[in-house]
Design a protein around this ligand. Structure first.
Ligand code: PMP
Length: 331
């Protein structure tokens, strides 16, 4: 999928061809970026975003964890994103990649004198995984990067070599994705999504302190299930618990809510999504379609055409065309 023609960089929207980065930049050489990923849902000439404030908070938390300098306010972040969306005029659902980078050509592996700035690009994007098919997963021989070695909560570019290795090996061996254990041998997460398991009738998920990314979709699932009277228990999971689970669910912005058909060849939900997966999907759809008042505050909605342009002057804005092409990797 090709990014949309306009990007945001150095405080302004610009054509993607003009947004260049030096070969010697610290971000490129050392993976010194951190990012978030959101989905933009195109509905009736408007874009809907889910949990914009939480995505911003994750970026600013990452800046703090990494000890970087990046004075970014929520107002700047959301205005930049709104301007970029309105400039690109997306006609179908898309993916949003806001990230922080430094253009410093400093060779030293030292963040002290570097400053970081916001950049954003957008990519047309539909389902990462076919919702009907389910995933065949493999427990990876790569361990999820430990927080004692790397900032596991920061969603830093460099950390994603870990995800790429696990995902690529799983795909090479014919699986859809990898599950990574942490160094303690407990289940952590998928290469680009968090994990929930229904085990002996209870919904479980690895605790935040088990080297996982604290995913916004996972937190949303926990709140949605709580609103339905279902408690999600954060507890260490071992390999045998996964093999014995009634359901295993991947939760992430790109992955959305996806069920596992099998893990390491052990059958989990061969027949299709289980009841918890189905419930989460229904509730998520209702939230995005603004049919559930209780979660209305999760949605940010902007017109795709800037307000000074009337709808009749916006030939680009058409009803949503659902993007059905599947791609193999995304976070
Ligand atoms: N874990 C990893 C390693 C990820 O890359 C992602 C995707 N951002 C997630 C979990 C899920 O996070 P979120 O729900 O915030 O997209």
């Amino acid at each position: 999928m090709k990014p949309m023609p306009f990007v945001y960089k150095n405080g302004a929207v610009a054509p993607i061809e003009e947004a260049k980065v030096s070969l010697a930049s610290h971000s490129l050489q050392y993976g010194s970026t951190c990012f978030t990923g959101m989905r933009g849902y195109v509905r009736r000439g408007h874009v809907r975003l889910l949990r914009l404030r939480e995505h911003f908070a994750r970026l600013t938390d990452a800046v703090k964890i990494l000890g970087w300098k990046c004075p970014l306010t929520f107002g700047q972040f959301s205005n930049a994103l709104k301007e970029l969306i309105q400039k690109n005029r997306p006609e179908q659902d898309f993916y949003i990649r806001p990230f922080l980078l430094t253009e410093s050509e400093e060779l030293r592996i030292d963040y002290t004198h570097l400053t970081f700035d916001l950049a954003i690009y957008l990519v047309p994007f539909g389902a990462l995984f076919d919702p009907k098919k389910g995933l065949n997963l493999k427990i990876s021989s790569w361990k999820r990067v430990s927080d004692s070695s790397m900032a596991s909560k920061a969603k830093a570019g460099g950390c994603y070599i870990n995800s790429c290795l696990a995902h690529t090996d799983a795909r090479r061996e014919g699986y859809d994705d990898a599950i990574l254990m942490n160094e303690a041998g407990q289940i952590a997460e998928l290469s680009g999504a968090n994990l929930l398991a229904v085990y002996k009738g209870r919904v479980l998920t690895p605790p935040a302190g088990s080297d996982i990314l604290d995913g916004i979709t996972l937190r949303s699932c926990i709140e949605i299930l709580a609103s339905e009277g279902i408690e999600v228990i954060e507890t260490p999971l071992d390999r045998s618990m996964l093999y014995g689970s009634e359901e295993i669910i991947a939760a992430g912005t790109a992955a959305q809510i996806q069920f596992a058909k099998s893990v390491d060849g052990r059958s989990i939900s061969e027949e299709g999504p289980g009841p918890v997966c189905q419930l989460l999907r229904r509730k998520m759809d209702a939230i995005i379609n603004k049919e559930d008042e209780r979660f209305a505050h999760w949605i940010t909605e902007w017109p795709i055409a800037p307000s000074h342009i009337s709808a009749s002057q916006t030939p680009h804005v058409r009803p949503c065309i659902v993007q059905t092409q599947l791609i193999c990797a995304g976070v």
